[in-house]
Design a protein around this ligand. Structure first.
Ligand code: AVJ
Length: 330
């Protein structure tokens, strides 16, 4: 993180701790290069979330077109008591990719966990959000861990030994994984949680393409800016020379695959330098920057069962646009 991106030091409450695992949110150079040298070209969506990217994603969430955030929030708001009843008392809530931590806030007063742990790749946002959460909920132990999220062995040493572990994975972030990787991720969670552990996971559901295409092409242009910001970040952090004007945003729902694909399209034939590497683009060639898989209730239930869970409860909105699954580890 650059000094300019860091906010001024503020009051740090006693119930807040911040730790950074290995990379601390910096770009893994070799991972980006190898993705750009593949055919078709791709860059992991986790790189979209530098300080500016996180800001833009928050703006996306305020648009009318991007329905998932408000739909999911509504489910937590209306059903917090039902969720707490399924989860039980004396818990450690571990959230993967908490962003601004606004969703867990909707559950905290009823869930009343002893400890909250947020794991995210965006150091800047994580530290600010964690500090603010601790200041607003002084009875709660708050731990912010910066690193690649996922139930890694690294996490184990930060987990309190007593208390029921509850993994919270909202926002349909799980949709960024291909189904095989999503299954593996859930299996990893199953191991971290142990038998009886609970997962609360938010999953965006399949729906007409016109709604999905709209959600990833908001008229305000935030999604476009979010996607193109990846190139700005690579230029700044890896010293590449992408020209943002020579790429355009493209996002569409593939009904066949059940996923929204987001790409950066090269509008002309061009070459881009990153250190010693040269990446060539044909006109119309794309960098695949994100997949956002959409599930049916049945489809996600099958995946959860394969990963060693049963579905204790499925909550949705009136239009069945978004699903919140409460999973119980076998
Ligand atoms: C935060 C990964 C759930 O896939 O809908 C929003 C990110 N990308 N608009 C999603 C995103 C484009 C978002 N997730």
């Amino acid at each position: 993180m650059r000094p300019s991106e860091r906010k001024k030091p503020e009051f740090v409450p006693d119930n807040f701790r911040f730790v950074s695992l290995d990379k601390g949110g910096d770009i893994d150079f070799s991972e980006v290069i190898s993705g750009l040298k593949k055919t078709p070209k791709s860059v992991s969506p986790k790189f979209l979330y530098d300080a500016r990217g996180s800001e833009l994603f928050q703006l996306i969430c305020t648009t009318d077109a991007y329905y998932p955030t408000r739909t999911e929030r509504d489910i937590y708001q209306r059903r917090a008591t039902a969720i707490a009843a399924e989860v039980g008392p004396d818990t450690i809530v571990i959230e993967f990719g908490p962003g601004d931590m606004s969703k867990v806030r909707l559950l905290l007063e009823v869930l009343r966990p002893q400890t909250y742990i947020g794991v995210d790749v965006s150091a800047a946002q994580l530290e600010d959000a964690g500090r603010a959460l601790a200041a607003d909920f002084l009875w709660l132990e708050v731990l912010a861990i910066c690193g690649d999220f996922g139930p890694s062995a690294m996490l184990e040493k930060y987990l309190p030994s007593s208390g029921q572990r509850v993994a919270f994975f909202p926002g349909s972030t799980i949709g960024n994984f291909d189904p095989d990787a999503a299954r593996q991720f859930l299996q990893g969670m199953r191991e971290m949680l142990g038998s009886g552990g609970v997962v609360i996971v938010g999953v965006d559901l399949q729906k007409p393409a016109i709604v999905l295409d709209g959600a990833y092409n908001d008229p305000e242009g935030y999604t476009r800016a979010f996607n193109l910001n990846l190139l700005t970040r690579l230029n700044r952090e890896l010293g590449s020379n992408f020209d943002e004007r020579r790429f355009r945003h493209k996002a569409y729902y593939s009904e066949r695959l059940g996923r929204v694909e987001m790409h950066l399209v090269s509008v002309i034939e061009q070459q881009v330098r990153i250190g010693e590497h040269t990446i060539s683009f044909q006109p119309g060639e794309t960098i695949h920057t994100e997949s956002s898989w959409k599930y049916t209730q049945d489809g996600f239930t099958k995946l959860a069962i394969q990963a060693g869970f049963k579905v204790k409860r499925f909550l949705t909105d009136e239009q069945s646009w978004f699903g919140v699954f409460i999973l119980l580890a076998n």
